[in-house]
Write a protein that binds this ligand. Structure first.
Ligand SMILES: NC(=O)C1=CN([C@@H]2O[C@H](COP(=O)(O)OP(=O)(O)OC[C@H]3O[C@@H](n4cnc5c(N)ncnc54)[C@H](OP(=O)(O)O)[C@@H]3O)[C@@H](O)[C@H]2O)C=CC1
Ligand SMILES: CC1=C(/C=C/C(C)=C/C=C/C(C)=C/C=O)C(C)(C)CCC1
Length: 302
């Protein structure tokens, strides 16, 4: 349809990608044609159901695995004139746990998906965007791309890598925007909790495992409960960025998380954030749990 913008989104089988796809496809003015992609079309049912009438009209499906050169090329070649107006890089995986117990291969998978996956996509669509002198690239990064969190070392590093890459590219690239969500209730969170239940953490000493399971995890669960946003919150924020007359480069989605990121800019030696997080986790952790749960109880009127 003339005038409609072609939007390609990666990782649409669940979570944030799914909600962005549905929200854009259901735009009242029908401004978007959404190509919702996923690596395995067997996982399409949730998206198809959520899309309702839009499916087959403003939303179509395609296979795309961000870790495969051929898959990426095949998908883009399959689009009319290879024309993508808006590329939304959303596919990504998490990884938590004591560093000592994580095989290098697993760490590489995180970089292959979160870092090289995005680069692979950008390399494929950027030349056409440059030729047309138009287009908008969105990257779903994370607050962990701006501030590291204990036991998330490799995941944070993969998002930091993305930040460095995009900051550099933004200088030559037309239109590039980062979305920086804090905790969001999606399968990302569920996978993390399930992962921790299954894994044994060989190679890590008992103290480290204790701090991970009995100190970090309860705090992390609290933080998800108190600060957690919905994938729809992130989708709304992303739609605003796309529709802004001059989109910003960095876009925080969660004002509650802003002070946590601000600490590093308040002290260039890095001491402030490292010590504050240490204190919050090991000294205030149990207290935070009480005050946060009290806060939740107050919200639900108990
Ligand atoms: N949830 C959170 O707290 C936060 C998430 N983020 C980021 O948001 C993005 C979306 O995550 P979220 O929706 O929360 O998590 P989900 O796990 O719900 O969704 C992740 C999506 O990425 C897909 N994916 C994974 N690997 C590949 C691959 N190789 N090729 C194509 N797709 C792939 C998954 O597909 P499949 O079903 O096949 O596995 C799934 O559709 C990620 O980049 C994440 O880092 C950022 C900040 C916070
Ligand atoms: C435990 C703990 C923290 C945990 C933060 C978490 C758990 C953030 C999760 C962010 C996510 C899930 C981003 C996804 O990309 C803080 C606030 C740093 C303070 C110190 C103690």
């Amino acid at each position: 349809i003339p005038g409609q913008k072609v939007v390609l989104i990666t990782g649409c089988s669940s979570g944030i990608g799914l909600r962005i796809a549905v929200m854009l496809a259901k735009d009242e003015q029908k401004r978007y044609h959404v190509i919702a992609t996923m690596r395995d079309l067997k996982r399409k049912d949730k998206l198809v159901e959520a899309a309702g009438d839009a499916y087959g009209k403003t939303l179509s499906l395609a296979v795309l695995d961000v870790c495969s050169d051929e898959s990426v090329k095949q998908c883009i070649d399959g689009i009319k004139d290879r024309h993508v107006d808006i590329l939304i890089n959303n596919a990504g995986i998490g990884l938590v746990g004591p560093l000592e117990s994580i095989p290098i291969e697993e760490m590489k998978k995180v970089f292959e998906t979160n870092f090289f996956g995005v680069i692979r996509m950008i390399k494929e669509v950027m030349p056409d965007m440059k030729k047309r002198r138009g287009g908008h690239i969105i990257v779903v990064s994370s607050v962990m791309g701006l501030q590291g969190v204990v036991f998330n070392d490799v995941y944070a590093a993969s998002k930091f890598a993305m930040e460095g890459f995009c900051e550099s590219l933004a200088v030559q690239l037309l239109n590039l925007s980062m979305i920086e969500p804090g905790p969001v209730h999606t399968e990302f969170e569920a996978k993390m909790i399930q992962d921790v239940r299954q894994k044994e953490y060989p190679g890590a000493d008992p103290d480290t495992i204790h701090y991970f399971k009995n100190v970090y995890l309860p705090s992390s669960v609290d933080i998800f409960e108190v600060l957690g946003q919905t994938p729809d919150d992130i989708a709304r924020c992303t739609k605003k960025v796309i529709e802004a007359s001059s989109p910003r480069f960095r876009n925080m989605t969660n004002p509650w998380y802003t002070p946590i990121v601000a600490l590093k800019y308040a002290d260039e030696t890095g001491g402030l954030s490292v010590h504050a997080f240490y204190h919050m986790l090991f000294n205030l952790g149990p207290l935070m749990h009480i005050s946060m749960t009290a806060n939740i109880d107050a919200h639900i009127g108990m």
